[in-house]
Design a binder for this molecule. Structure first.
Ligand SMILES: [Mn+2]
Length: 347
């Protein structure tokens, strides 16, 4: 997005500044004329959804507004270190008492859960703040920067435009978004600007070690037991590493969270692998497949072929069971795709 200091502005082109500044000022204007905004983040909220919403909510409250923070899904207790998280509501009766809706980290209305269906919702002006490449610009105003690391980074720029003072609580919430979405500053959209944003948040009182520990290095014990079950079945062959999690194993360890507890991201760290797959058996004879690729390879095309989607390095799909069959089917497609990708590289 745009830079905020005068010296930095000179380095960007006038068009970039014009667009982003206009969007920031429009967002500021909407917030200035609001008294009771409704902030909503996406379903299955992650650290960026929650952090950007809670950080913005606290800053607005300090300016004398009375924001309500909402999410259609329950908030994981893993985020309870973020001050202000306890105030998030799961539902509202109607939108009549609100004068502005601000959506955070949501690429479309579907991701807002049930809120767009409450009476009066469509009559309230909507400010859409997001960084997803797939954002549909569904707001009356859209503060969308597809190159930003996180929605939290955009919220920080908005608060700076508004000259809103940062405190340690706001900074902790926003740093959670940046650290979570960049997996600790390791994704390929991490620029010096992202590090500078994190630096400003640390100067405002956020602790990077604390946020990193909670966001990246804390998980339910049952997740580790689940990994244990899955790792006991690990296979590695032809530069593909994979394993599966049968429903019975999942029940035996009492894991109630989503998917494979990020096991597939761990598997791709194997130096002998160009791709990793985890097959998770779910209720209803569905097999969820998580795929990861080493940089230079692309698993999105494999997922797409089988009705899923994602990015080159991280993708997924859902296949019908039984587990063994889904595994055989996907591995055949994956191995063929990798062989083709290697041939193309050698040409
Ligand atoms: Mn995000």
């Amino acid at each position: 997005m745009l830079m905020t200091t005068k010296t930095e502005k000179k380095k960007t082109t006038p068009e970039q500044i014009g667009l982003a500044q206009a969007a920031l000022e429009r967002a500021h204007q909407l917030i200035r004329s609001a008294q009771r905004p409704l902030l909503i983040c996406h379903i299955s909220p992650d650290g960026d959804a929650i952090g950007s919403m809670v950080g913005l909510g606290r800053a607005l409250r300090q300016r004398g507004l009375s924001p309500i923070l909402a999410c259609s899904d329950p908030i994981s207790p893993a985020f309870s270190y973020i001050p202000g998280i306890e105030g998030i509501v799961g539902k509202i009766e109607d939108a009549d008492s609100f004068d502005l809706v601000i959506t955070l980290d949501s690429s479309d209305m579907e991701r807002l859960g049930h809120f767009p269906n409450v009476p009066g919702f469509r009559d309230v002006p909507l400010l859409n703040i997001d960084h997803h490449a797939t954002n549909l610009d569904f707001g009356d105003a859209n503060l969308v920067d597809r190159a930003a690391s996180s929605t939290a980074e955009i919220v920080l720029q908005l608060l700076e435009t508004m000259a809103a003072p940062l405190d340690a609580d706001i900074a902790t919430a926003l740093l959670t978004g940046i650290v979570g979405d960049t997996r600790g500053f390791r994704t390929n959209n991490v620029t010096p600007q992202v590090l500078e944003a994190a630096l400003r948040l640390m100067k405002a009182g956020a602790s990077l070690p604390n946020v990193a520990r909670h966001t990246l290095d804390t998980r339910p014990t049952a997740a580790i037991r689940l990994w244990g079950e899955a790792l006991a079945r690990l296979q590695c062959q032809g530069r593909v590493i994979w394993t599966s999690i049968p429903l019975a194993a999942r029940r035996a360890v009492g894991y109630t969270g989503d998917g494979d507890a990020s096991l597939v991201s761990f598997l791709i760290s194997a130096e002998d692998a160009d791709a990793a797959a985890v097959f998770t058996e779910r209720e209803g004879d569905r097999i969820e497949v998580g795929l990861r690729a080493r940089p230079g390879f692309d698993v999105a095309q494999v997922a797409l072929q089988l009705g899923g989607g994602g990015h080159a390095l991280a993708a997924g799909c859902t296949l019908p069971g039984p587990l063994e069959e889904a595994q055989t089917r996907l591995l055949a497609v994956l191995k063929a795709s990798l062989a083709e990708q290697r041939t193309k590289r050698e040409m």
